[in-house]
Design a protein around this ligand. Structure first.
Ligand code: D41
Length: 676
């Protein structure tokens, strides 16, 4: 071998190893370790090397296959017709090159226009659904394209997936599409996971992937996944003449089909759609990561065929990633309100397209730092995951300074010096100094005054720290004892501002109980749990006196939350806080104490447009009758009351076999429960 060949062979071996590792992380563990753009770049470099030096190509190279074999837990499912994978294009000239290849292969003149179907590329997980005699019998992930994992029970919880097909569908058909999660659902789940202390998901795709790979379908159901469908595999019936007709056929059978697909008469029209796509993306309630371009005529698709598992007749245009390269100046450790220590990387400011400047990125915890081997001084790839929290994707090892050392989380709290504890099996390290740690104290007060809690305007980070530093307050309850004279001597404080702050504090006394419960900052008690507790207990005193079993009896509240609440109320600091609140007259009540117990133990979900009352009034009525009102349907739901145009919740109720009532039936039931 020549020196050039040896170098190419070594480089190819390195790329293969890194790509295989990345595939395992991405496909089998749902934990991407490198950026998509970096993966694509490595894949291209390897493809290029293998083309230039065919003698170094190997059968098991990642260029020859996509994905990895399924991990344990699910049974393998072999697709009747393999699921193809898509080649990528990253710019206009690569899209035109694709069009050129299509024409050349078909023997068409370069001047002839080929018709394309351009579809938004959903950032989800590809699945294949098998229908036998028009009934859904199996659902499976894509896996390596040939064999995936059988996830039928999980797919049955996705309400938009048809269980049966109409009479014009064939006896046997495999329908392919993408399962995804909306931004709203992603936000809801992460907020919930934050309150329960579980690790949050980096983006909707990971959350959807995690949901599909649950061994317990009830967990999948709670993730409210959705799907879009765009292709067929094995099929005992006829095939439409075009991709657009195929999409309409799927739609007519009840499959959700993405509304933004476009029939493009030429590649120029495709490029115009691609240019429009970023502004379409802005308006969508879910993530897309590009555009899939398909030759529209199925006959031409068949003529074009595939190379390996990549069709010659389709390509994925991928949006440029919101990524940048920067350097880590320092890693600081923040102490949260419950004492959790979070490492944060301070980086040289970097602009991520389209327009946000990033200066810090979360490193989550020591395990994450170890996994990515992130060190101070490292050059790193940074990205905005799920379009929100910046995070570090990977380290550019070749640019690591010589003297760098692995980063270790401190053994003692950076704010108070107390020895840090990290329970066995937990990722999060904590400062246990609840009462004496100034950082925890400040974070607790900031939480207390925050928008979703007591919402005290005029008290931002700086003001709160100023009040703490001046010794005017120790906790949120101390705010209510402040007088204007206390504020006036402070820096940057005028007469008007002092009055406004005092008024804002006074005004917050009227916040509803749920906000006060949330403001207390009890571990695992987020906004939603606070709502449940307020509705159930009606006042702080009743909540304080609740036992673990009283709490655990509340629908949706489990042992971890119950224990945390009881522990919170058992502490002497809490006693003092509550005494100060009571002295200041902060004692909101929820008025809906049960007037009867006829509906005790029953859970209701109201969905769709109600015409006889508002949803709030109906839920209030349920509570007055001793029942519970919930926003989401689960196996534990007793009744779903469906108004007009009820959607996914109604579907879910039917899937789970939950009893469905009309609004009139509910009215009759509530009158019965009231009268005798
Ligand atoms: O929206 C998508 N993610 C999407 C994926 C789409 N709209 N169309 C697709 N078409 C195909 C072919 C052309 C191979 C039937 C795809 C995918 N494949 C695909 N998804 C995951 C791997 C391949």
């Amino acid at each position: 071998m020549s020196e050039e060949q040896i170098a190419a062979s070594n480089r190819a071996a390195e790329l293969r190893e890194r790509l295989i590792r990345a595939n395992i992380d991405y496909f089998s563990l749902d934990k991407p370790t490198i950026a998509d753009s970096e993966y694509d770049a490595m894949m291209r470099e390897l493809t290029d090397l293998e083309q230039r030096f065919p003698e170094i190509a190997t059968d098991d190279s990642p260029t020859q296959r996509v994905g990895t074999a399924p991990v344990r837990g699910f049974s393998p499912h072999t697709h009747r017709v393999p699921m193809l994978s898509l080649g990528n294009a990253f710019n206009e000239s690569e899209i035109r090159a694709f069009d050129g290849r299509v024409k050349r292969f078909l023997g068409l003149d370069a001047g002839v226009a080929v018709e394309y179907c351009a579809e938004l590329k959903i950032d989800g997980l590809a699945v294949s659904l098998t229908y036998q005699d028009r009934a859904l019998v199996t659902a499976a992930t894509r896996g390596d394209g040939g064999t995936g994992e059988e996830i039928t029970a999980n797919i049955r919880t996705v309400s938009s997936v048809p269980r049966t097909l109409p009479a014009d569908a064939p006896d046997f058909i495999e329908v392919r599409g993408e399962i995804y999660m909306t931004h709203a659902e992603f936000a809801r789940i992460n907020a919930e996971r934050e309150t329960t202390g579980e690790a949050t998901f980096a983006n909707p795709r990971n959350a959807a992937a995690g949901g599909l790979r649950q061994l317990d379908p009830r967990v999948t159901a709670s993730r409210n996944l959705a799907g879009f469908f765009y292709a067929i595999g094995g099929n005992s019936g006829g095939v439409p003449a075009t991709q657009t007709a195929l999409l309409e056929m799927l739609r007519s059978w009840g499959f959700p089909v993405i509304r933004d697909y476009r029939l493009c008469k030429s590649i120029d029209k495709v490029i115009a759609f691609v240019d429009e796509a970023p502004s379409i993306k802005e308006t969508l309630p879910f993530d897309i990561d590009g555009i899939v371009i398909k030759v529209n005529a199925i006959a031409l698709q068949n003529d074009l065929g595939s190379v390996g598992r990549t069709p010659r007749w389709a390509i994925a245009y991928k949006f440029p990633a919101q990524q940048g390269r920067t350097r880590i100046i320092d890693i600081i450790v923040q102490v949260g309100r419950t004492g959790a220590l979070t490492p944060v990387a301070l980086v040289e400011p970097v602009v991520l397209p389209p327009s946000s400047t990033v200066q810090r990125a979360t490193l989550h915890n020591q395990d994450e730092i170890d996994r990515k081997d992130v060190r101070i001084g490292d050059t790193v790839l940074i990205q905005k995951a799920g379009d929100v929290i910046p995070e570090i994707v990977s380290v550019v090892l070749s640019e690591r300074p010589e003297a760098s050392e692995p980063f270790r989380m401190p053994e003692s709290c950076p704010a108070c010096g107390e020895a840090v504890v990290r329970p066995e099996g937990e990722a999060v390290a904590r400062c246990p100094n609840k009462s004496g740690c100034p950082a925890q104290q400040a974070q607790r007060v900031l939480h207390f005054v925050s928008r979703a809690a007591m919402d005290i305007e005029g008290l931002g980070d700086e003001r709160v720290l100023q009040l703490l530093d001046a010794g005017l307050i120790r906790d949120g309850a101390d705010l209510y004892a402040l007088k204007k004279e206390n504020l006036l001597p402070l820096d940057r404080m005028g007469d008007k501002l002092a009055s406004n702050i005092i008024d804002a504090i006074e005004g917050s006394k009227r916040r509803p109980l749920s906000r006060l419960v949330y403001a207390l900052g009890i571990r695992h008690v987020g906004e939603h749990v606070a709502d449940l507790l307020a509705a159930q207990f009606g006042g702080i005193d009743a909540l304080r006196n609740a036992t673990i079993s009283d709490l655990a009896n509340v629908h949706e509240i489990g042992p971890a939350i119950s224990e945390s609440i009881v522990a919170f109320f058992a502490s002497s600091e809490t006693d003092e806080l509550l005494r100060k609140l009571a002295d200041a007259g902060v004692d909101p009540r929820t008025v809906n104490v049960a007037v009867s117990n006829k509906l005790a133990g029953q859970t209701f979900v109201f969905t769709g447009a109600l015409k006889l009352s508002t949803r709030e009034a109906a839920e209030q009525r349920v509570r007055e009758l001793g029942g519970r009102a919930s926003g989401s349907v689960s196996k534990l739901t007793s009744f779903v009351v469906a108004g007009e145009n009820a959607g996914s919740k109604l579907d879910k109720a039917r899937t789970l076999g939950v009893r469905v009532l009309t609004e009139e039936e509910w009215q009759a039931m509530s009158v019965d429960a009231t009268s005798d």
